[in-house]
Design a protein around this ligand. Structure first.
Ligand code: HEC
Ligand code: HEC
Length: 254
């Protein structure tokens, strides 16, 4: 008798738990919003630019696979968060962010309509989705360009733990594990090009880039030394996006 009721309590609990689990799975699938934007049109813009407003093809600078180019200081765009990409293009279009590297992105963004910016972001955010081994910069090639490179193990420590004695928070605390991105707000940094990472950290530090909400990145970068910047960029450019033995990538709002 006793055993039987135990069995039914266990069965009831099991039923309850599986209902909760399936509801959670259902709910998370429901609540991941779709990106808005016409992927095909975005691909067209990325590949051909927009002649009527003189916008050159994006791939000439960002690379055919949108992985960025160290020789030009351009960023990887493939797999970056949709909302983040739209924000950057809108910020360039309204001069909230200035391209002081090639002086080109402000006019590029102005040459696209708001809808076209969403289209190109939808195309780019969908590239390399779920990539585990990122294809970052080749640090030997970066060195050959005359750029100082840092020490990866020191950068890893800074990314994971920060430097509490100097008031530097862990990059992971906002950008997610190995800075694989915590969308929609925090961009992916793993797999980003080395030269671009270094440039942006210096721009946040001297506030020549100031389009970060609530000054979050300027506050962090103010405390970084040149060596911190080279070290953390050396680590991030080829940091894995999953933990050892667990290849699952969390489902994220893009
Ligand atoms: C002539 C070269 C060139 C072309 C063409 C170009 N870009 Fe860029 N882009 C750059 C540079 C350089 C930067 C980095 C600016 C900086 O250092 O702040 C950049 C930055 C960006 C960023 C910011 C990414 C981030 O992680 O914050 C986005 C988004 C972007 N470009 C999208 C595009 C799109 C879309 C096109 C085509 C319509 C395009 N770019 C065409 C040179 C170019
Ligand atoms: C308090 C939260 C926070 C922390 C901690 C933080 N970041 Fe950020 N970071 C941001 C936000 C927010 C943005 C996006 C700003 C925007 O909208 O342009 C950003 C953007 C960046 C970018 C520009 C990426 C791009 O594609 O343009 C770089 C590089 C970066 N962070 C590096 C770092 C590094 C390295 C660390 C650790 C030393 C770090 N961040 C710690 C909030 C943070």
């Amino acid at each position: 008798m006793l055993n039987k009721s135990r069995v039914s309590v266990v069965a009831a609990l099991f039923a309850l738990v599986s209902t909760l689990v399936s509801t959670a799975v259902y709910a998370s699938a429901e609540f991941v919003p779709k990106t808005v934007g016409d992927v095909e049109n975005g691909k067209k813009i990325f590949t051909n630019g927009k002649e009527s407003t003189g916008v050159p093809a994006c791939l000439t600078c960002h690379g055919e696979k949108a992985l960025g180019e160290d020789s030009m200081g351009t960023p990887r765009l493939a797999g970056q968060g949709y909302t983040f990409l739209v924000k950057q293009l809108n910020d360039f279009a309204t001069d909230k962010r200035m391209d002081t590297t090639m002086m080109i992105m402000n006019s590029n963004a102005k040459g696209l309509t708001e809808t076209e910016r969403q289209d190109v972001a939808a195309y780019l955010s969908g590239l390399n989705k779920g990539e585990i081994k990122v294809e970052g910069s080749d640090l030997a090639a970066v060195k050959a360009l005359g750029q100082p490179v840092g020490q990866t193990h020191l950068g890893k420590s800074l990314a994971q733990y920060g430097a509490p004695d100097r008031g530097i928070p862990a990059c992971h605390s906002c950008h997610g594990y190995n800075a694989r991105g915590a969308f929609p707000i925090y961009p992916a940094l793993s797999g980003q090009k080395y030269v671009y990472l270094v440039n942006q950290l210096k721009k946040w530090r001297d506030a020549s880039r100031s389009n970060d909400m609530m000054g979050q990145m300027r506050a962090v970068a103010k405390k970084l030394s040149d060596d911190d910047i080279y070290n953390v960029a050396s680590f991030l450019t080829s940091a894995d996006r999953t933990t050892n033995g667990n290849a699952r990538m969390p489902q994220q709002q893009h």
